[in-house]
Design a binder for this molecule. Structure first.
Ligand code: ADP
Ligand code: MG
Length: 335
């Protein structure tokens, strides 16, 4: 859908040039959710503005559906911009209802009443606010307002939906509601979605493809479920449950191992079965369970004791567990 090749962008700050993006390349895969995550100031919003064609890069190429946008004439550039729906938060018109806010871009485009109502009805259903259609923004919760903002961005059937910090300032339930809407836009409307966020939880819940941006550079990128299987992935580290195990607990076991388990069967059954088969005492010293998209994923720090500790761990690895053996004792694995 969109590819970004060797993009660089600097700004003039008060003390000289600020490099916001430094040779960034990224594929935004059609029909998937791509998540760019990174700390504050890492260049995410700059990347979002370049991809949505609101700003020009200093160097590098942006291709939309194969066309280098630098070579588009103004008319084609405007047409390309219209194919990108940017979620704009916080500027719903207070004197218009939820439905009226979603309909506004259609009115401006001269779409007739019946067509408008059909489209708005579909989007209200998509965002789960059919029963709130006639409410004004100040009668909606912040999460509902954010969902209306997403619907408004979708109203022109954009090929790309772009959301910068879609869950910022929302509580957990409201954030989950907004992410559900982004996922439905992908699944039901076939939209390509690009989300930039400083919250790894957003990536964990909705992203198929991910990139980690640090200081304007892509440090890591790929398919999230694949990265989770890469032992040294920084993105996996940010997305998997943290391991907080006190050193004293670590010292009491013959073997320490970090184990990543992916999928229902693995998460539910492997550890008890390994205990039963090998008579090894397996203690969970840290870590926990989470979901990556719909897939249950666990990361545990295990302490294993008994004559068959190694066999038990090898058996878990054979069954698809990703086992990293630590050394004996507390220095084994840095959490
Ligand atoms: P993020 O969205 O990841 O927090 P930004 O893309 O907003 O990061 O900013 C990246 C860097 O570029 C920061 O150092 C920021 O101060 C700088 N920057 C971004 N936009 C501008 C601008 N219009 N003028 C000057 N500096 C900017
Ligand atoms: Mg930002």
């Amino acid at each position: 859908m969109i590819t970004v090749e060797n993009l660089s962008k600097s700004f003039w700050g008060t003390t000289g040039p600020v490099v916001a993006l430094d040779d960034v390349s990224l594929d935004v895969a059609a029909g998937a959710i791509t998540g760019v995550v990174g700390p504050q100031g890492s260049g995410k919003s700059t990347l979002a503005r370049l991809v949505s064609l609101q700003e020009r890069p200093d160097s590098g190429v942006i291709r939309v559906e194969g066309h280098n946008i630098a070579s588009l004439d103004p008319r084609r550039l405007r047409a390309a911009r219209r194919r990108i729906g940017v979620v704009q938060y916080g500027d719903l018109l207070p004197q218009r209802t939820a439905a009226g806010n979603i309909a506004l871009p259609l009115e401006q485009a001269g779409v007739d009443g019946p067509q408008r109502r059909t489209k708005v009805g579909k989007l209200l259903d998509l965002i789960g606010l059919t029963d709130k259609a006639a409410l004004y923004p100040d009668a909606l919760t912040p999460g509902q307002q954010a969902r209306v903002a997403v619907a408004r961005a979708l109203v022109g059937d954009p090929g790309l939906l772009l959301a910068d910090e879609p869950t910022k300032g929302l509580d957990a339930d409201a954030a989950a509601g907004v992410l559900t809407v982004l996922d439905r836009a992908r699944a039901e409307l076939g939209a390509t979605v690009l989300v930039v966020t400083s919250d790894a939880g957003v990536i964990r819940r909705v992203a198929d493809e991910v990139a980690l941006l640090v200081d304007g550079r892509v440090q890591e990128s790929g398919h999230l479920l694949s990265l989770i299987q890469a032992p040294d992935s920084l993105l996996a580290g940010a997305v998997l449950p943290a391991i907080d195990a006190p050193p004293a607990a670590r010292a009491q076991h013959d073997r320490l191992a970090e184990v990543v388990l992916i999928g229902f069967a693995a998460v539910g059954a492997l550890l008890p079965e390994a205990t039963g088969r090998f008579g090894a005492a397996i203690s969970v010293l840290g870590g926990g369970l989470t979901r990556v998209g719909e897939t249950p994923v666990a990361r545990f720090l295990l302490g294993v004791t008994g004559a068959h500790s190694d066999s038990a761990l090898a058996w878990i690895a054979d069954r698809g567990g990703l086992v990293r053996q630590g050394l004996r004792g507390p220095q084994g694995i840095a959490a």
